[in-house]
Design a protein around this ligand. Structure first.
Ligand SMILES: [Zn+2]
Length: 471
């Protein structure tokens, strides 16, 4: 069995992930993780949510595994023991005889995929769940990639693709991280999960917890969109409204998880396992674009784990020798709540914004109070990829939301549509060329904001005769 570990993105300290073959009372002895062990979590495998040494963000790594992409040789940029056969374009395994091909273990990306597993779980070799029996799935992943040919025709942009993440089971991309998070929670024997959410993550957690027979606790700002609350009610979550913003919810859930031992599935960088799931978007794009790497990937960001996860997926592919570059990653925020974008533009450290103005892009309204480091890590990822950060005003958000509906037939929530709206501003980036290949991640469905279309003029009239339908 491959060995999982956690590593700090700041001080690079490594922490052993608990050996799943060891009973939980012995696990403490084989790990550093006791520092973060909640007092009342004796029966459940302890979770580590931040570096005990420096408080930094933790990421999952893999040793001796089926996921060679995770163990990159920093010097050569290649995976140790692996190499690319330039002629065949195939990856050669450690024991292969490259000259004769005899006894070779050549492989292509599909050899890392388990085609017996549905949706994104075909990439299980890259995900932090060991035993198939612990996978909790509703069929997430394998979302459509649609070419958007009309919306920017006047700008001469023809290679824009929309990855429709709202075709996931609860209509948002969050089903990927939730599926992994709940599966790891199941693997650890947890019975309750909690999440701070502006809606989409809460809905997703509620659905997957229902599937797994777990309790779900959702803390949401009290102005959360109606469509999302309706979903939460249907899935049977314990809903708690907070008279405050997303960061207020984050603080309360963090404290409750420490105190009561719930597994925290909040979609910042706090749960290192959930971020792994976002890598699967990169693997899918690799397959959907026949190995061609997008020049730009545009991602709506609150804190930024989705952006980071997709980039990590491409880094895996590069380490495998399957692609030669990673895409430039672009983060999009609403002007009314944009602590990451402001720090990006000014080259300053990220400052949280306790007081922000309302935005229709509620799904990415993250004030970052108390976890500013998450924003800094996201900026680091954007810079390393040669990317950019873009903000959109409320008018621009509405305009791109509407245009995506009537020009491309894609009904997204405003935060998701922002990834398409940002293209216009990306044109000002000196590295951008009109014929670049762009992928915009549309993260959630428009039905979650059922009131928004009511802002449009409704010319519907009551008719009685067919001739009234004449054009
Ligand atoms: Zn650290």
């Amino acid at each position: 069995m491959r060995k999982r570990y956690l590593t700090c993105v700041d001080c690079h300290e490594k922490y052993s992930d608990v050996d799943l073959t060891v009973p939980s009372h012995d696990a403490e002895a084989s790990s550093h993780v006791d520092l973060a062990r909640p007092a009342k979590m004796s029966a459940v495998r302890p979770f580590l949510y931040e570096c005990p040494y420096c408080g930094g963000i933790l990421q999952v790594g893999y040793e001796e595994d089926k996921n060679p992409g995770a163990d990159l040789d920093k010097k050569s940029g290649k995976v140790s023991g692996m190499g690319l056969d330039k002629k065949s374009g195939k990856v050669l395994g450690m024991d292969s005889d490259k000259k004769s091909g005899k006894n070779a273990a050549p492989t292509v990306f599909s050899d890392f995929c388990d085609m017996n597993l549905a949706g994104m779980w075909r990439y299980k070799a890259f995900l932090p769940v060991e035993d198939k029996k612990n996978i909790v799935t509703l069929g997430e992943g394998m979302t459509a990639l649609v070419r958007a040919e009309r919306i920017y025709r006047d700008l001469g942009i023809e290679n824009l693709y929309v990855k429709n993440e709202f075709s996931n089971p609860t209509a948002s991309f969050k089903d990927r991280p939730t599926s992994v998070g709940i599966s790891v929670a199941k693997e650890c024997g947890a019975d309750t999960v909690a999440v701070a959410s502006t809606g989409n993550a809460g809905v997703s957690v509620a659905a997957y917890a229902a599937k797994a027979g777990m309790k779900s606790i959702v803390c949401a700002p009290k102005d959360t969109a109606k469509g999302k609350i309706a979903q939460l009610l249907a899935y049977g979550a314990s809903i708690f409204y907070v008279d405050g913003n997303y960061s207020d919810c984050f603080g309360l859930v963090k404290e409750a998880c420490q105190e009561y031992g719930y597994v925290n599935l909040t979609s910042t960088y706090i749960n290192p396992y959930t971020v792994e799931a976002d890598k699967t978007i990169a693997y899918e794009l690799y397959e959907q674009l026949n190995g061609k790497v997008p020049d730009w990937i545009i991602v709506p960001i609150g804190t930024g784990p989705l952006l980071s996860g997709v980039l990590r997926g491409y880094q895996d592919l590069k380490a495998l020798g399957l692609v030669e570059k990673v895409p430039r990653m672009v983060g999009v925020q609403a002007e009314n709540c944009s602590p990451i974008a402001k720090a990006f533009y000014t080259n300053q450290r990220v400052c949280s914004e306790a007081e922000t103005e309302h935005t229709i892009a509620g799904g990415i309204a993250d004030q970052l109070v108390g976890y500013e480091k998450d924003g800094e890590f996201t900026i680091r990822q954007i810079r390393e990829s040669g990317g950019d950060c873009i903000t959109l005003s409320e008018e621009e958000l509405f305009e791109c939301w509407h245009a995506l509906c009537y020009l491309e037939g894609i009904f997204a929530e405003p935060a998701g549509a922002a990834a398409v709206g940002a293209v216009k501003k990306l044109c000002a980036n000196p590295a951008f060329h009109k014929d670049d290949r762009i992928v915009s991640l549309v993260t959630a469905h428009g039905l979650k904001y059922p009131d928004l279309p009511n802002r449009l003029e409704n010319k519907a009239v009551v008719i009685t005769k067919a001739k009234e339908l004449r054009k």
